[in-house]
Ligand binder design. Structure first.
Ligand code: S3P
Length: 423
């Protein structure tokens, strides 16, 4: 377990290197794996989660070499010899559950201790309704066909569950419909449409019909906005900052963070040179020192769209004036760690006025943060949120198990070191 010591660098000025978007990377691999032909995927995330997806697909008979994914077609996957190891990655496990449930063979999916403890009934339940064999824990799917289309009203707002049902729907007879309680990231829908799948979107209702084939799609993976979030908050709150981030994904289902930073917190974030990378919008971002304060208030609908950015927004809230409330975010309790508990403990250790709620946090700011020893609980986004807290705090912050950042951003600590933030 690596402990990393972070301090406030004299300035945060320059260019931030981002990994490829994690959500789009998983989908570029999984969907091209079942396409008919070869696709080139550039700027794939090098994070451990996407490495897990690639390893699982290889075990299912898909060749992935360098930038190339050689699709085996919808019916070309073969049973893996061993249980599929999804590592720390919920996206890998849930999306593969949807892909593998309709296959003629059975698959077992496993992962690290954190992932094995996360809720999988949310994918098992709709897959069973479609007629698939599915059970958890441990997660076992597939081997019983055919599947039939269902209309599924999702009880939780989850892009992973939505994607799992859509993947199974590619193989099911008739039409499958998914209705979301609140809009979530739509990368699966955009990519499936670009690959010629019979998909339709009417607001929060998505339909898919059984597909004959998928066309491979070359993907230029945008920079990861959820990885950018750490630097956008650090840049807005550091006393001497001017950062630029290029070719970042700005899909509107992901940009609630930018709206909160600009509108609620008055941060100086500029979005320049908007363009398309295939079906996904990208832009260059810039952030410089300066905020107006708060308060930050997020309810259920916004929480679903900010779910991965809430840890670093909680750090911002501690430093900004106002009584801030993150509510409707109970999903944070079942992420890679209980993120509500992890944030409350670490921020309190650093001197924040923070109250743990069942579905979020109440934070009264501003309070100067003081370096302390904090626990990442092996959770990448908690490690990086505390790194940002350390870059904005007095003294030295010691982050236990900081190496977990590599789950989504393997270059994070090098980037922090280049700015002089690592002691
Ligand atoms: C993801 C969806 C979100 C998010 C995760 C990535 C995806 O999870 O937290 O980091 O790529 O679909 P849920 O959809 O389960 O909320």
């Amino acid at each position: 377990m690596t402990t990393i010591r972070v301090r406030r660098p004299p300035q945060l000025v320059g260019h931030v290197e981002l990994p490829g978007d994690k959500s789009i990377s998983h989908r570029a691999l999984i969907l091209n794996a079942i396409a008919e032909g070869t696709a080139t995927v550039r700027n794939l995330s090098g994070g451990a989660d996407v490495v897990s997806t690639a390893a699982c697909l290889r075990a299912l008979g898909v060749e992935i070499e360098g930038d190339e994914v050689r699709g085996v077609g919808l019916d070309g996957l073969r049973a893996a010899a061993d249980p599929l190891d999804c590592g720390n990655s919920g996206t890998t496990m849930r999306l593969l559950a949807g892909l593998l449930a309709p296959q003629p063979f059975e698959s077992r999916l496993t992962g690290d201790e954190s992932l094995r403890g996360r809720p999988m009934d949310r994918v098992v339940e709709p897959l069973r309704r479609m007629g698939a064999a599915a059970d958890a824990p441990p997660l076992v799917v597939g081997g019983r066909r055919p599947l039939r289309g269902i209309a599924y009203r999702m009880p939780v707002a989850s892009a992973q569950v939505k994607s799992a049902v859509l993947l199974a729907g590619l193989y099911a007879s008739g039409r499958t419909a998914v209705i979301e309680p609140a809009p979530t990231r739509n990368h699966t829908e955009l990519m499936l449409a670009a690959m010629g799948a019979p998909i339709g979107v009417q607001g929060i209702a998505i339909t898919i019909d059984r597909a004959e084939r998928l066309k491979p799609i070359d993907v230029d993976v945008p920079g990861d906005l959820s990885a950018a979030a750490f630097w956008l908050v650090a840049g807005a709150l550091h006393p001497h900052a001017d950062l630029t981030l290029e070719a970042v994904g700005v899909n509107p289902t992901r940009t609630a963070l930018l709206r909160v930073l600009e509108e609620s917190l008055g941060a100086r974030v500029e979005v320049r040179n908007r363009r398309l990378a295939g079906p996904e919008p990208v832009a260059d971002l810039a952030v410089a020192t300066g905020t107006r304060g708060g308060p930050l208030k997020t309810g259920r609908a916004l929480a679903a769209q900010l779910i991965d950015e809430l840890p670093v927004l909680a750090v911002a809230a501690a430093l900004l004036p106002g009584e801030h409330e993150i509510r409707g975010a109970g999903e944070l309790r079942v992420k890679e760690s209980d993120r509500i508990g992890a944030l409350a403990a670490g921020l309190a250790a650093m001197g924040a006025d923070v109250e743990e709620l069942s579905d979020g946090l109440r934070i009264r700011g501003p309070r100067p943060l003081e370096g302390a020893r904090v626990e990442s609980r092996g959770d990448h986004r908690i490690a990086m949120a505390f790194a940002v807290a350390g870059m904005l705090a007095d003294g030295v912050t010691e982050i236990a198990d900081a190496g977990s950042a590599a789950v989504s951003d393997p270059g994070f600590w090098e980037q922090a070191a280049r700015f002089g933030a690592v002691k």
